[in-house]
Design a protein around this ligand. Structure first.
Ligand SMILES: *Cc1c(COP(=O)(O)O)cnc(C)c1O
Length: 368
C-alpha cells in the first residue's frame, strides 16, 4: 500500500525536479515563472507571515493536536460545530484519511476521468477500486457518476472547481445529484479554489456552491478547503474538512498527532483575518484569468471557462514542443498528457508581468 503511494508521489516529485533541473545553469539562476502548480503568485499575507514568525519562537513546544483555536474560528465563520471540522496538514492529507476511514479492498470510490490525481492515490492506497467516469467534454458528468454507483461504493470525489479543467458543477445539478445518491455513499466536495470561484460567481452572476448548507442539513457530504491557494500558504501545509461530526471525529482520531505545526495554525488564523489580502488575490486573479483567456484564444487555443486560478487549454500546436520551449525560457506550465487530455496544458495565472512574458514568448514561438 505505502509502496504505491511512494511511487506516485515519487514520480511527481521527479517530474517536478526534472522540469527545474533541465534548465541551463544561467537560467537556473534566473527567476523562474512558476505556472505549473496553481499556487498564488502574490505570496502569503504579511500578517500570516508575522504570525508564523511569532509562533516559531515556541518551536520547542508541541503544537495543539486539535487546532482548537482555528477550528473554533472556522466553526463560527462557517456556522457549523467545531466537532464537524478537522484541520490537517494540507487538504490532500484529509483525502487519505477519509479514504482510509471508508474504503477497504472489495469496496470502491468514484471520481471523474480528468481530475485531481490525489483521489486515485488515496483510493488505491486502501486497496479499494477506483471507478473513473468519463468527462462530458470539460465538465464532470454527475449523471454518469450516479450510474456508476454500486452497492460497494462508499465515496465519490468531486472537485469543484475541477482541477485541471477549471469548470464548476452547477448548484442545482449538485442538489439533484445529492438527492439521488444512495445513503451508503459519502460525497467529498473538494473546494480548494472556493474563494476564486465565489468571486467569479459574483462577477458572472452565476451561483457557485451551497456545499455548507448540505453539511448543515446533515447530508453525507464532506467539504474540503485549503490555505494553499489564495491564502498563499502551500508550503506550510494546512487545510480542513467540514462534514458530519461522527465521520470527522473518526478521521480526527486516525490522524497523526501533531501533524499540523503551530506556525501553520497561527498563519492560517492570521490569513483568515487578512480579508484584504484574499480580496486582492481573487480580484487580481479574475483580471488576469480574463486577460490570459483572451490572449490565448487569440493564439488559436481553446480555453475552458475558468473558475479557479488556472486555465485548461487545448493548444494550437504540439504541447511537448510548447512546454519544452517555455521551460527553456524559464516558464513552467503543466502538460496534461498524464491526465489523458492530449493536446492540452494547464497554466496557472501568474502576476500581470509574468502573464505578459508568457504571452510574449508564446507569440514568438508561433512566429517561429
Ligand atoms: C491544490 C488542490 C488542493 C490543495 O491541496 P493541499 O494539500 O491543501 O495543498 C486540493 N484539492 C485540489 C483539487 C487542488 O487542486
Amino acid at each position: 500500500m505505502s509502496r504505491f503511494f511512494d511511487q506516485v508521489t515519487g514520480e511527481r516529485r521527479e517530474a517536478e525536479l526534472e522540469e527545474r533541473s533541465s534548465l541551463s545553469p544561467s537560467q537556473a539562476n534566473q527567476r523562474l515563472i512558476l505556472l505549473a502548480s496553481n499556487e498564488s503568485p502574490y505570496g502569503p499575507s504579511p500578517k500570516a507571515l508575522a504570525a508564523a514568525q511569532d509562533a516559531l519562537a515556541d518551536s520547542h513546544r508541541y503544537p495543539d493536536p486539535d487546532s482548537r483555536e482555528l477550528r473554533a474560528r472556522l466553526a463560527a465563520d462557517l456556522e457549523v460545530r467545531p466537532a464537524q471540522i478537522v484541520v490537517s496538514a494540507g487538504s490532500a492529507a484529509l483525502l487519505s484519511l477519509i479514504a482510509g476511514a471508508l474504503l477497504e479492498p472489495g469496496l470502491n470510490a468514484i471520481t471523474a476521468a480528468c481530475t485531481f490525481v490525489v483521489y486515485a492515490a488515496a483510493t488505491q492506497a486502501t486497496g479499494a477500486n477506483l471507478i473513473r467516469v468519463p468527462m462530458k467534454f470539460d465538465r464532470l458528468d454527475l449523471e454518469g457518476i450516479l450510474a456508476a454507483v454500486t452497492p460497494q461504493t462508499r465515496l465519490v470525489f468531486i472537485a469543484n472547481p475541477n482541477n485541471p479543467t477549471g469548470t464548476i458543477v452547477g448548484v442545482d445539478e449538485l442538489e439533484a445529484f445529492l438527492e439521488r445518491i444512495p445513503a451508503h455513499v459519502f460525497v467529498v466536495l473538494d473546494e480548494a479554489y472556493h474563494d476564486y470561484a465565489e468571486h467569479f460567481s459574483q462577477l458572472r452572476n452565476i451561483p457557485y456552491s451551497r456545499s455548507l448548507d448540505h453539511v448543515r442539513q446533515g447530508r453525507p457530504v464532506v467539504v474540503l478547503r485549503t490555505f494553499s491557494k489564495v491564502h498563499g500558504l502551500a508550503a506550510l501545509r494546512i487545510g480542513y474538512g467540514i462534514g458530519p461530526s461522527a465521520l470527522m471525529e473518526f478521521v480526527a482520531n486516525s490522524q497523526d498527532t501533531f501533524s499540523v505545526s503551530t506556525a501553520a495554525q497561527a498563519a492560517a488564523l492570521a490569513a483568515l483575518d487578512d480579508v484584504e489580502h484574499v480580496a486582492f488575490g481573487v480580484k487580481q486573479n479574475a483580471l488576469q484569468i480574463a486577460w490570459l483567456s483572451e490572449e490565448l484564444a487569440r493564439l488559436g487555443w481553446r480555453v475552458a471557462p475558468a473558475w479557479g486560478n488556472f486555465l485548461f487549454c487545448e493548444v494550437d500546436g504540439n504541447t511537448g514542443a510548447i512546454v519544452t520551449r517555455l521551460r527553456e525560457e524559464g516558464i513552467l506550465i503543466r502538460p496534461m498528457e498524464s491526465w489523458g487530455a492530449l493536446g492540452c496544458v494547464r497554466i496557472a495565472a501568474g502576476t500581470e508581468e509574468e502573464n505578459r512574458i508568457l504571452v510574449d514568448v508564446l507569440r514568438k514561438l508561433r512566429a517561429e
